[in-house]
Ligand binder design. Structure first.
Ligand code: ZN
Length: 292
């Protein structure tokens, strides 16, 4: 069974309009930062676009028709898939791991990014240079972020795996696909003293310093499939067997057919557990699978 999702958009201080200009998505404004395409998170749920479950939220589908998901054991749907358009820099931030997030009733937030587009000379921030917690705290107190963070250039096609606890900031000019654990907990270190509606957005220094990994590891460019599987696939014409918990697809290039369904760039869909589907492309898509 093939199920298409209707995404939820998030307008943000740092968002832009590329989700419309490059993906043809119907965005609410020219400050659209995020498109939550596959989400059962209460802060923004995708819904089933059509068919027998049309209008259902993903959480309702997951909770009441678990056979479609191969009877996956997680009580709540475990992942969240987004497109992100950073017209400006995102805050320098960190996310809690499973142990820290559990107290708040959430999964932790390990995430990974596949860079779809990066303007010339676009930066990425992943990790930091502090050798001890004392040194880290001193640099934060001194607002010495440029010396603290690990900054480098990023290019389309790059992949990064960001374990919970990794300091990071997506920078202006980046369009990316993010797959993460289903969580919406962010601790901000620094937001460039920007104003949103006349006010600075809140920082969470204490929690951020508590959650950050010190010393840091070098940025990871290999996927660790502990929380989810993630592949970029190019296919023209093939039958494919879905994973035991189903396949979640995000079409990132091209158009064609999946079984009898017309698909195009910007579509988010789910193929139920263990079914076989036929691709008639050319299509380039992300294939995301659940882990238990
Ligand atoms: Zn993040």
């Amino acid at each position: 069974m093939v199920i298409f999702f209707k995404p939820v958009f998030k307008e943000t201080l740092w968002g832009g309009k590329k989700l419309s200009t490059t993906f043809g998505l119907d965005i609410p404004s020219e400050k659209t930062g995020e498109c939550w395409g596959i989400s059962a998170h209460p802060n923004g749920e995708s819904t089933v676009l059509s068919g027998p479950y049309g209008g259902w939220s993903l959480s309702r589908l997951y909770e009441s028709n678990r056979e479609l998901f191969g009877h996956h054991p997680a009580e709540t749907f475990p992942i969240l898939v987004k497109l992100i358009d950073a017209q400006q820099d995102l805050s320098i931030q960190v996310h809690p791991d499973d142990a820290r997030a559990k107290a708040l009733g959430s999964f932790g937030k390990t995430e990974c990014w596949y860079i779809l587009d990066a303007e010339n000379q676009t930066d990425m921030v992943i990790g930091h240079h502090a050798s001890s917690r004392e040194a880290f705290v001193r640099m934060v107190e001194d607002n010495a972020y440029e010396a603290l963070v690990n900054r480098f250039k990023v290019h389309a096609g790059d992949f990064f795996y960001i374990p919970a606890g990794t300091l990071h900031a997506i920078c202006a000019g980046t369009l990316l696909l993010e797959v993460q654990q289903s969580s919406d907990i962010t601790y901000r270190f620094y937001d460039y003293d920007r104003l949103e509606n006349g006010k600075k957005r809140p920082l969470h220094l204490e929690a951020a310093i508590e959650a950050v990994t010190i010393p840091d590891q070098t940025p990871l460019t290999e996927h660790d499939d502990r929380y989810f599987g993630f592949d970029i696939v190019t296919r023209h014409r093939d039958p494919v067997k879905a994973d035991r918990y189903g396949d979640f697809l995000v079409v990132i290039e091209g158009e064609g057919l999946i079984d009898e369904h017309r698909v195009k760039k910007g579509d988010f869909l789910f193929i139920s557990a263990d079914s076989t589907y036929v691709i008639d492309g050319p299509l380039r898509y992300a294939r995301i699978t659940l882990r238990a």
